[in-house]
Design a protein around this ligand. Structure first.
Ligand SMILES: C[S@@+](CC[C@H](N)C(=O)[O-])C[C@H]1O[C@@H](n2cnc3c(N)ncnc32)[C@H](O)[C@@H]1O
Length: 299
């Protein structure tokens, strides 16, 4: 069980307004970055496209049963169910988001296919081997015990099941300089993230658990326009934040969110982290007809 769950819940409660009004999260049911390709120019389309892109990476089809680990307000699970007609279980520890996700599924008419459970994704209580895909979009980064997540993902996956994690991976060579480590800490603290892993660290955790065919693909260039959008918001709102804090109209969590976002962008521009997709496969079974986890194609 993760020990930092209260910080995570406090962060998402404290930034609810920001996500809703500045990120337009409810339009796409998304608390993640957008994916830009094929002439996509607008933010909400890019948010939705991220789900479509990752669904192709995970080779999702009608027979799949997805566990969306850290499902936010449910947009990915709902869109996947709409598009493929497959079943999905969204798992989330933030209660208001679970309520919102359930309402969104009802509105979308897929509440017979998608269920949302309030649980920790390191200890879901879901049956062994009950899912064919574990999907984690910008969520594992919030848990202190990442090994516990990997163990749980392995347990709930059927043999041959696929794991897909999309998030921020820190550069390994050269390792971040001390000043960069300081910036990374500002970012992580402001976003309720205990720390970032390198690709090698992820790979080691996955192989230790018994996953095979581990692949890591950098999709930063598809995400960069979304980061630029965040950068514009930070430049617009950042200068007013100290005054609003003094007046008591800006709470510590959203203020920390702003400084964290600024640090995140500086560290991206400095090449200290990249946005990557990690895929792996649980041995056995035949849920993937090719017998291998496909490498994400950065189209
Ligand atoms: C940045 S949001 C991403 C949400 C969603 N995957 C999306 O892309 O829209 C991270 C989500 O992970 C959830 N989360 C973080 N730690 C968790 C944990 N240990 N167990 C379950 N959910 C968790 C948070 O509540 C939040 O909904």
């Amino acid at each position: 069980m993760s020990t930092n769950r209260q910080q995570v819940v406090d962060y998402f409660e404290g930034t609810r307004w920001d996500y809703r009004h500045l990120w337009r999260s409810e339009r796409a049911g998304a608390l993640h970055f957008g994916f830009y390709d094929q002439g996509i120019r607008d933010h909400v389309t890019a948010l939705r496209r991220m789900t479509g892109y990752l669904a192709s990476v995970a080779r999702i089809g009608p027979q799949d049963r997805i566990m969306d680990a850290g499902c936010g307000i449910g947009g990915c699970a709902i869109r996947i169910a709409e598009r493929f007609g497959c079943r999905a279980t969204g798992v989330n520890i933030t209660p208001f988001q679970v309520t919102q996700a359930r309402e969104a599924a009802r509105r979308a008419g897929v509440d017979d296919l998608v269920e949302f459970v309030e649980a920790d994704f390191t200890d879901t209580g879901l049956p062994d081997a009950s899912h064919t895909v574990v999907w984690a979009l910008e969520s594992v980064v919030h848990v202190d015990d990442k090994e516990a997540f990997v163990r749980e993902a392995h347990r709930v996956l059927a043999p041959g099941g696929r794991l897909m994690i999309a998030e921020y991976l820190v550069r390994e060579d050269p390792a971040p300089a001390p000043a960069d480590e300081e910036e990374l800490r500002t970012w992580c603290e402001g976003w309720a993230m205990p720390g970032l892993l390198t690709g090698t660290e992820y790979e080691r955790l996955l192989r230790k658990q018994g996953f095979e065919d581990v692949r890591i693909t950098d999709i930063s260039h598809h995400v960069a326009p979304s980061l630029k959008r965040l950068g514009r918001l930070v430049r617009l709102l950042g200068p007013t934040a100290p005054a609003f804090r003094r007046l008591g109209v800006l709470a510590p969590v959203p203020a920390g969110n702003l400084s964290a976002s600024a640090a995140q962008i500086r560290m991206f521009d400095a090449g200290v982290w990249r946005y990557k997709v990690v895929t792996a496969r649980k041995p056995g079974g035949d849920t993937d007809p090719t017998g291998r986890t496909p490498a994400p194609s950065a189209s």
